[in-house]
Each structure stands twice: as structure tokens, then as C-alpha cells.
Design a binder for this molecule. Structure first.
Ligand code: GLU
Length: 470
């Protein structure tokens, strides 16, 4: 049997981390078993679904690298098919027309509530309606089995049994003919021959209904794995109020996709005490049956730790690819300066995120907006003009623009003026980068390039000349 899994988001917002986690699990399951991963957009709720959300979901999937083998299939394109299956079920007697008015259903509900019963449809139209009321468009209900139990052998939750008599006859088509959510999922899982449904455990109560409908259609229900939701650090369901919940917000905040994936896989799942997993390792080792059935809490610090790990150890060219996007957001053209992988190597020890790395690296590519006032006050003082001028001359004369040659030049000038290296390096750093914080000065200068360094030293000398004498 070929394994077929799916991710079935409703496009009513961005791709959030909970969705990304179930998508990752479905993707890993398919990859591990040489199966197929299907993307299905559940956009039957035409009012709440938007094209922007579809785009946001697709972008999130692409950024995470969760490539799908089939789809995206849109439920909104499949209405004729749903209609066909409804007709088929009506003909087979596994569904029926119900003419009960809203008023009757409301009254029934009120009576059941008053009698402390669980509100449910009483099956009035289940055995046929002698005389359908004129002019009343009926809804279609599924004829749910009345006896026995439906058992979900859930890969995460274990065995969960539901009494069929607790499940009432669910509406599968509204009076305007449009299919309902639980029904479209069933038709799609059947038509897409889904073998494993991995989804949030907020859907667990839908599962016995969906299984019964699949059985009525003669299709063996898939295997289910209901993954617990993600909580914020305070124990409440993860939401915007806890900070970023959208996958693309993590991109904007400067996270690498592999850090987020690693983090989401480890959230509620463990393999010994291993924390770092490459995607290939996850494909090999991740086991959905070992996901904890209790909810997991999101720990932003751990995600940040993983991000730093991947920034520090990742292939510089790969990190550079992501850094380039962040520089672009700052309006910096990465082609106008040093090779990005070299910048990554120089910067990666001191940045927690790509956004920070981009901020710290813009000076390589364009003039700094000005000196940091505090750093300038501390380091750009009139007495440093002489040594900086001498440095400028030496730099201009260097036969090769390399870190060791630059280092030697700085050393020589510092010694000649009786200055500790730092007393010269800091003013130089502020002059060239605008701030007192950068990679080692020789590397900073080597990457910035001779032309830019000389220009910026000239500007600093003008600045120093214009300072009011102390
Ligand atoms: N569309 C549903 C959601 O976004 C998922 C349904 C499913 O996976 O069966 O929550």
C-alpha cells in the first residue's frame, strides 16, 4: 500500500505554527514511507476563505521546504463532485432529506436541554416523510448508525471509542445545496485515497462521524493521528498574544526554516536527549506514535537557541541565501559589496537572528546612516585624527587588501603612537561601520573593501576637523 498523507488547511488566515507542525508531521510520514504528500485547501467556507490566505499558506510551505507531491486541490472547485456523492448516498439510502424547520429544531433543542439531555437531532425525517412540505428546500442528513460504537485507533491518543447513538444525523448538505465541512473532508479523503490523517486534536470529535460516512461509502477509513495543540508558555492555547504565531512572521523575525522545523518536531516528541535533527534524520527517526498526547508548550527561547545553532553551523552559502532576503528588506543590494557567505562567516557568532545579522551587515554594502552618537562621542575624539590619517595613508599604499596586511598596518600605527590596539581599532571601527560593534577589525576592513574604507576614513577626518576643539 502506498502511504498517502495530506495537509488540509482552511485558508482563513496565515499559516500558523500549529498548522505547520501538523503539515510537517504529515510530510515526514509520507517521506519516511516513500509515500505521497497531498496539499488540499479547504475553502468551502467562501465567506471566510481568502486568496491572500491561500498565498500565505503556500508561501509558508515553500519557505519551510515542505514540498507537496499533489495539489493544491481546492475544495471550492469540487462542488459538482460533492453533489454527485450526495445523490449517490440519497439513492443508496445512507442519507435522507430532512424538512424539519428551524423552529422545530430549536424547540427540540430547548426541550432536550431542559431535560438535561445532550442536544441532538431526533431522526424525525430519517424514515421518510410522507408529505414533504411544499416550498421547503430540505437539507440532507447522513444516516448515522444507531447502534454500536465507532472506535478510533489513534496513533497518538490510542483507542478512543464513541457510541454511535451519541452521534446524531449530521447535515451533509445545507438547504441551498452546499456541502458541509465534515462531508467534504470525507469525500476528499476518499477520492484522494488518503491512508493516514494527521491533524490537530480539535478534530477528534469529527472523526467517528467521518469514519461512519466513509464506511457508508464503502471506503475503509484511514488511520488517524490527532496531534495535541500547542500552548503558550503560560499554558493557554498559543495565540497572537504570546508573540509570533505565523510562520512567515518567524521568517521576518530572522529565523531559519530548519530551526523552526527542528523546533516544531521536538515539540511534544523526543528521541533520547537529542535536540538537533537534520531533516534527513527527522525523516528517519520521527515517529508520530511517539508524540505525547498531552499539549506541548511553546518555548521561544529554545527556538532561538536552535536558530543560533543553525546560524553558527549551517553551510555559509545556505545561510547567505536567507540573509540575502533580509538585506533586500532593508533595501540593501547584496551584489554591491562582499560575497555574502564571507559576511555570514564573519557575523554568525554574534547574531541571534538573520534580521539582526542583516542590520549588522548593511554597512558592508552601503554608507552607514551616520555615527551612533554614543559611539562617536566615546571614540571619535580630536586626538585620534593624526593616527587615523596615518592609517589612511598606509591603507592606501597596501599592496594587498587582506586581513593580515590590514592587521599589520593597524599594529604599526598603534605602536608608533603608543596606543593600545583597541584605542585605535575602536575609532577606526566607528569611522568605517558607524558603530563600535563589528567582527574583528581586520576582517571588517577586508570585507568592506579598500575604496569604501578610504572614503569613510576621509569622511571621519572631516568630521574630526569640524569637532569643536576640546
Ligand atoms: N481544514 C481543517 C483545519 O484547518 C483541517 C481538517 C483536517 O485536517 O481534516 O483545521
Amino acid at each position: 500500500m502506498t502511504i498517502r498523507t495530506r495537509f488540509a488547511p482552511s485558508p482563513t488566515g496565515y499559516l500558523h505554527v500549529g498548522g505547520a507542525r501538523t503539515a510537517l508531521f504529515s510530510w515526514l510520514y509520507a517521506r519516511k514511507h516513500g509515500g505521497t504528500f497531498v496539499l488540499r485547501i479547504e475553502d468551502t467556507d467562501l465567506e471566510r476563505s481568502t486568496a491572500e490566505s491561500v498565498d500565505a499558506i503556500l508561501q509558508g510551505m515553500t519557505w519551510l521546504g515542505l514540498e507537496y507531491d499533489e495539489g493544491p486541490f481546492f475544495q471550492s472547485h469540487r462542488f459538482p463532485r460533492y453533489q454527485e456523492v450526495i445523490e449517490q448516498m440519497l439513492a443508496a439510502g445512507t442519507a435522507y432529506h430532512c424538512y424539519c424547520s428551524k423552529e422545530r429544531l430549536e424547540q427540540l433543542r430547548a426541550e432536550q436541554m431542559a431535560g438535561k439531555q445532550k442536544p441532538r437531532y431526533d431522526g424525525k425525517c430519517r424514515h421518510g416523510v410522507a408529505q414533504p412540505p411544499a416550498g421547503v428546500p430540505p437539507v440532507v442528513r447522513f444516516k448515522n448508525p444507531e447502534d454500536g460504537a465507532t472506535v478510533v485507533e489513534d496513533l497518538v491518543r490510542g483507542r478512543v471509542a464513541f457510541q454511535n447513538r451519541e452521534l446524531d444525523d449530521l447535515i451533509i448538505a445545507r438547504s441551498d445545496g452546499t456541502p458541509t465541512y465534515n462531508f467534504t473532508v470525507v469525500v476528499d479523503d476518499m477520492d484522494m485515497r488518503i491512508t493516514h490523517v494527521i491533524r490537530g486534536d480539535d478534530h477528534l470529535n469529527n472523526t467517528p462521524r467521518q469514519m461512519n460516512m466513509l464506511k457508508a461509502l464503502g471506503f475503509p477509513p484511514p488511520i488517524y493521528a490527532h496531534v495535541p495543540m500547542i500552548l503558550g508558555p503560560d499554558g493557554a492555547r498559543l495565540s497572537k498574544r504570546h508573540g509570533a504565531v505565523s510562520v512567515m512572521q518567524y521568517r521576518e523575525d530572522g529565523f531559519l526554516p530548519e530551526a523552526l522545523l527542528n523546533y516544531l518536531a521536538r515539540l511534544g516528541w523526543s528521541y533520547g536527549d537529542q535536540e538537533i535533527f537534520t531533516l534527513d534524520e527527522l525523516i528517519k527517526l520521527f515517529d508520530v506514535t511517539a508524540v505525547h498526547s498531552s499539549a506541548a508548550s511553546f518555548d521561544p527561547q529554545k527556538l532561538q537557541w536552535l536558530n543560533q545553532h543553525y546560524l553558527k553551523t549551517g553551510d555559509p552559502a545556505h545561510v547567505a541565501h536567507h540573509l540575502s532576503w533580509h538585506l533586500g528588506r532593508l533595501g540593501v543590494d547584496p551584489a554591491s559589496g562582499p560575497a555574502l557567505p564571507e559576511v555570514v562567516v564573519a557575523q554568525r557568532e554574534r547574531a541571534k537572528t538573520l534580521a539582526e545579522m542583516a542590520q549588522n551587515s548593511a554597512f558592508f554594502y552601503r554608507e552607514p546612516a551616520g555615527y551612533d552618537p554614543k559611539d562617536a562621542a566615546a571614540h571619535l575624539r580630536p586626538e585620534i585624527a593624526g593616527p587615523l590619517e596615518e592609517l589612511r595613508a598606509r591603507f592606501a599604499a597596501l599592496s594587498e587588501w587582506t586581513a593580515p596586511a590590514l592587521h599589520a598596518a593597524i599594529d604599526a600605527v598603534a605602536t608608533a603612537h603608543g596606543l593600545k590596539l583597541g584605542k585605535l581599532a575602536q575609532p577606526l571601527r566607528v569611522a568605517v561601520t558607524g558603530r563600535a560593534l563589528s567582527p574583528p577589525i581586520d576582517i571588517t576592513l577586508a570585507l568592506t573593501g579598500r575604496e569604501r574604507v578610504l572614503q569613510r576614513l576621509d569622511a571621519a577626518l572631516v568630521y574630526l576637523k569640524n569637532l569643536a576643539p576640546a
